[in-house]
Ligand binder design. Structure first.
Ligand code: ADP
Ligand code: MG
Length: 695
């Protein structure tokens, strides 16, 4: 039906689908799903193979399978919490336990002894042989029950939308998928050469892989259909960044004069000498600022490498010319820390610093805004509140953004728009080094420099890995350290990204540690607390009023408490290298010898062991980043988020890095031969040329 296809374009809102009312539309939109195309590209995060049955005897721990058997015994327990155990067995004369922690009375009644059950899940060793916790299951009636035809997609969950309705919705959207010729944007000859499927084929396959599809490849994201989508997405991103850089540079900026008198005054007053790397990067920045086009520079520097002082020097170059600089950090905590640092360094030089964050309201806000607008404020420090409308600078010359990966490209651009007098120069700082190859791709719009040297005199953090069963020893060690006047972090980590679950885990560790360490002053910070509460606890810790800080990974970025010299990271095996490295960077900031304990659950997977070993052996963020890329090969999907690179839906820069040469070549080709196609590719993936054009 070509007519419907033509109407049902990629940008058609989901309200056009049957059954999508305002409430559902809202829930989907909350997850960034608002058009047909969004659903086409809402790919399964995994697949379940219900096309076959496995004999219970042949089940293997950790491998998902479908079984069918009869209920042998049912047991309900209430020891610690309600529990239901259902033993089933099959013709292979082996028994499997299905275990439930949440269940309804009606469910219990279903499991009559002798009932036939078909269940799907991942078996794990239990008290008596293998068991599956919370399998998906069906009670079978009499007669034959057909098995599945295709692999069942498992979609990333969407809050309060059931998996079944989501599947139906996606199926409906897929029926509107245009013909190949209308959908395809990559050159056919090129696809043929790479032996990649068309976009249409790829999308259809990924939502319903045929029974003979290579499940193993699909599960790790390396199926040609997935590669094809990842490639197009990376291409779109690359094209967008290149276009943006060109557009930005064509706008021009007012050069600074390079007057370094204030910088010299600062250096003379500092209690330390700059490292060679700091000097080099400062020189690069100064060069950039002398040019009549906007600086677009990313400074990568390991935790503790001293990026802040370099930023302060850059800001002083703006101030020396009678213009303004802004420094923006992703959290209030971090921004406030910067503000204090800058006040300490710059106010003695007569520089006026202004603080602007979300919680600055009422009269204080009005006063701050006035200072910023009049130019009285020479350096403005704050959070994303800096970018809000209504914040007008008198003459913003330099916009500095710390910890770039927490901000999207678009947020960075918003600050750029604050220049009233030409485009401001931009300096972006990140503590998450990424390997050069990736940097080129992720930051095609930026020049990259590195502060690849730590200030002298830092004692490296002693890192050890400890199995969880030795927790008691560790708690004792914390007691001794705290009694000795040292401070410690206890970081609770979970794979579950939800703040709620994280907060709960932190809460229970907090309570356990409080009980075990009556003489230690223990504090707690997590993402569910109000900003003020978090801040108060952090400040108390910083001021030495707390000895032990139990925290979720909210403390990951930039927090600076030099007296903290011990860190415990719970479930360290679950985190990626980059994140572990970031966390560890919270200690070893003072002169005391520091240590980091990676607490893990036994047994470790090979990869997890390699990660922990890497961390024990090196503290060089760049080396760790390279290793991370190397380790996170196929199959290792955990911790991909933490690289924090642009929000890809499908591509994973670590997994798909080998596609980069092709991406770059294809980008060149398209920009040269068919720029309008390039435009449409950006539009499809990056969401509207407008966002970039306006950029
Ligand atoms: P990061 O790069 O992680 O943001 P910071 O800028 O917070 O690091 O610097 C970490 C600490 O090192 C700060 O206390 C800072 O004053 C100090 N510092 C910066 N540069 C030097 C240096 N060259 N020598 C000694 N200490 C330095
Ligand atoms: Mg920093």
């Amino acid at each position: 039906m070509p007519a419907t296809h033509a109407l049902a374009g990629a940008r058609t809102p989901l309200s056009a689908l049957t059954g999508v009312g305002p409430a559902l539309r809202e829930k989907l939109a909350a997850r960034g799903l608002s058009t047909l195309q969004d659903l086409w590209l809402h790919l399964p995060r995994g697949y379940e193979d219900r096309t076959a049955l496995t004999a219970i005897r042949d089940l293997r721990s950790g491998e998902a399978a479908q079984v069918e058997g009869r209920v042998e015994a049912v047991e309900r327990g209430f020891r610690y919490r309600p529990m239901l155990r259902v033993a089933i067995s099959d013709a292979s004369r082996a028994t499997l336990v299905l275990r439930f922690f949440h269940f309804r009375a009606q469910q219990v009644a279903q499991f009559a002894v002798g009932a036939r059950v078909r269940a799907f899940g991942t078996p794990r060793p239990g008290q008596q042989g293998l068991e599956i916790v919370h399998p998906s299951y069906r009670i079978l009636g009499a007669g034959e029950q057909p098995l599945g035809e295709a692999l069942d997609p498992v979609y990333p969950a969407i809050e309060s939308v059931g998996p079944a309705s989501l599947r139906k919705l996606i199926a409906q959207a897929l029926r509107c998928l245009p013909e190949e010729s209308a959908l395809e944007l990559l050159p056919q000859a090129w696809l043929d050469k790479q032996q990649l499927p068309s976009l249409r084929e790829a999308i259809l396959l990924l939502h319903a892989p045929p029974r003979d599809a290579d499940v193993a490849l699909l599960q790790i994201g390396l199926h040609p259909a997935q590669r094809r989508l990842a490639l197009e997405e990376m291409l779109a991103h690359q094209l967008g960044l290149r276009r943006q850089r060109l557009a930005l540079q064509s706008e021009g900026a007012r050069p600074l004069s390079g007057d370094a008198r204030l910088v010299e005054a600062l250096l003379a007053a500092l209690p330390f000498q700059l490292t060679g790397a700091q000097q080099r990067v400062y020189a690069q920045i100064r060069e950039d600022l002398l040019r009549p086009r906007p600086m677009l520079r990313l400074v990568q520097g390991d935790v503790g490498s001293g990026k802040t002082v370099v930023a302060a020097m850059a800001a002083l170059l703006a101030v020396a010319d009678g213009r303004q600089a802004a420094l923006m950090a992703p959290t209030e905590l971090l921004a406030e820390q910067h503000c204090n640092n800058l006040r300490g360094w710059l106010e003695p030089l007569g520089v006026r610093i202004c603080w602007l964050a979300g919680k600055v309201t009422g009269k204080a806000r009005a006063r701050a805004l006035k200072e910023v607008a009049s130019g009285e404020a020479q350096v403005v420090v704050g959070t994303h509140a800096l970018m809000q409308e209504g914040v007008a600078f008198a003459d913003l010359a330099l916009a500095i953004v710390d910890e770039q990966h927490r901000f999207g490209v678009h947020q960075r651009l918003a600050l750029r728009d604050k220049g009233s007098n030409g485009v401001p120069h931009q300096l972006v700082m990140t503590a998450t080094p990424i390997p050069r190859t990736l940097a080129m791709s992720a930051y095609a719009d930026l020049d990259v420099s590195a502060i690849d040297e730590l200030p002298p005199g830092r004692t490296p953090v002693m890192t050890v890995a400890l199995p969880d069963r030795r927790r008691d020893e560790l708690v004792e060690r914390i007691r001794v350290a705290c009694a000795d006047g040292r401070q410690a972090y206890w970081v609770c980590t979970l794979i579950d990204e939800s703040d709620d679950v994280q907060a709960q885990a932190a809460q229970s560790s907090f309570e356990a540690l409080q009980a075990a360490l009556p003489d230690v002053r223990v504090g707690l910070v997590h993402g569910r607390q109000k900003a003020a509460e978090k801040q108060a606890t952090m400040l108390a810790f910083k001021a030495g009023k707390l000895d032990l800080l139990v925290a979720t990974t909210v403390i990951e970025v930039g927090v600076d408490v030099p007296n903290a010299s011990l860190m415990v990271i719970e479930n360290a095996e679950r985190l990626g290298l980059a994140q572990l490295h970031q966390l560890r960077g919270r200690v070893g900031r003072g002169s005391a010898a520091s240590s980091c304990v990676l607490l893990y659950q036994h047994p470790l997977s090979t990869l997890a062991r390699q990660r922990l070993d890497t961390l024990r052996q090196t503290s060089d963020g760049f080396a760790i980043a390279e290793k991370d890329l190397q380790l996170r090969g196929p199959g290792e999907l955990l911790g991909t988020r933490q690289t924090g690179l642009a929000g890809f839906r499908i591509a994973d820069l670590a997994r798909d890095a080998d596609l980069l040469p092709q991406v770059h070549a294809l980008a060149d080709q398209l920009l040269r031969d068919c720029p309008d196609r390039a435009e449409r590719i950006v539009d499809r993936w990056v969401g509207g040329a407008a966002r970039y054009a306006a950029a």
